[in-house]
Design a protein around this ligand. Structure first.
Ligand code: WQD
Length: 324
């Protein structure tokens, strides 16, 4: 298939592009490089340096390529920041996506895979979280992702698109074959921050609270490897294009790890001290958040293969250890 990967120069976007190329698809990356990196581009994929807010350019690109599908990974994704700058998330995530949906409708692109998030669920009412769990987002980032899922439902009804909403749990790790090495800039997530501390970019890190109702007092999350997420995108596109049906699924490892367990694994794998200071709780952090991805297995045959903590840390360290 001929696939347009919007946000394909980003951390997840580059893994998704790599997966589609490995599976024999033609890929075109459309990215404004605001957080994506040129170093994440592959010679086999065409590249358009463009912005989803530039509707004429976006539409011209979509009309130019004879695309069978688009993958939408372009968004702002820091939950904490979304509570301080909702206007940035309205502009990038909501207005930007509406441009994509409208241009795709005009260009006749019928298959859309959307990078959604576990943040649509909010505080867990039961665990593991499955797709039937209520969607009551606790932060504006999660709200934007849920609203986009709703837009997709309407565009399916009114414009006949087939969509897949992929609700990622905590993405981590790097390409198993070492082909992707771009470091995320100013990460807010736990594992890249641990890596920055291990390689000396940061002197020490903070643990946001150790008084939660968990075995060691630190928060528990479900971490999923970027290569596993990428495989999920490819299987989802196969499904919606062949079955001409839409779906919404969790993509996670179905296993929770505490902050302390992640740090201890990183100390073991890297051999580095990784100084960590206990700090106060971070607003909006639920104590536990991990998934059931049974539906993805039953519908797509998808299962996380590389999301054990040692592999998440080792593949990350293979990229970070050369820094400093
Ligand atoms: C994990 C745990 C922190 C940094 C976020 C987004 C979510 C999704 C995944 C995209 C928490 C603790 C972290 C640090 C720490 N993004 N932590 N010290 O918040 O579970 O989810 O990323 O879809 O939408 O909200 O991930 O990695 O920020 O935090 O103690 O320096 O690590 O408190 O308990 P989170 P995270």
């Amino acid at each position: 298939m001929n696939i347009l990967v919007i946000g394909g120069a980003g951390y997840i976007g580059s893994h998704v592009t790599r997966e589609f190329l490995d599976n024999g698809h033609n890929c075109t990356v459309f990215d404004n490089l605001s957080s994506g990196l040129r170093g994440n581009l592959f010679p086999e994929a065409s590249f358009f340096h463009g912005d989803i807010h530039d509707y004429p350019h976006l539409l011209k690109t979509m009309k130019s390529g004879g695309f069978d599908a688009l993958i939408h990974l372009a968004a702002s994704k820091a939950a904490g920041e979304s509570m301080l700058k909702p206007e940035k998330y309205s502009h990038n995530n909501i207005a930007g996506t509406l441009n994509i949906l409208n241009a795709a409708s005009e260009a006749g692109i019928k298959n859309i895979v959307f990078s959604s998030s576990a943040a649509v669920y909010g505080n867990p009412q039961y665990l593991p979280i499955d797709e039937k769990h209520p969607t009551l987002p606790e932060n504006y980032y999660g709200f934007t992702k849920l609203e986009i899922e709703r837009f997709l439902g309407w565009y399916e009804k009114l414009k006949g698109i087939n969509y897949a909403c992929l609700r990622y749990f905590n993405a981590a790790g790097y390409d198993i074959k070492g082909r992707i090495k771009g470091l995320e800039q100013n990460p807010a997530n736990l594992i890249p921050i641990i890596m920055e501390t291990a390689c000396g970019i940061r002197k020490e890190m903070q643990v946001f609270g150790n008084d939660y109702d968990t075995p060691d007092g630190t928060c528990i999350r479900g971490y999923v490897h970027a290569s596993d997420l990428a495989a999920g995108h490819s299987l989802a596109l196969d499904y919606i294009s062949k079955e001409q049906k839409s779906l919404t699924v969790n993509l996670g490892s179905e296993k929770g790890f505490s902050v302390t367990e992640v740090i201890e694994t990183a100390r073991k794998v890297t051999g580095k001290p990784i100084p960590a200071k206990i700090a106060g709780r971070r607003a909006g952090d639920p104590a536990k958040l991990y998934d059931s991805s049974t539906l993805a297995f039953e519908t797509l045959g998808w299962k996380a293969r590389y999301s054990d903590m040692e592999t998440l840390i080792k593949t990350s360290w293979d990229v970070y250890k050369n820094e400093r």
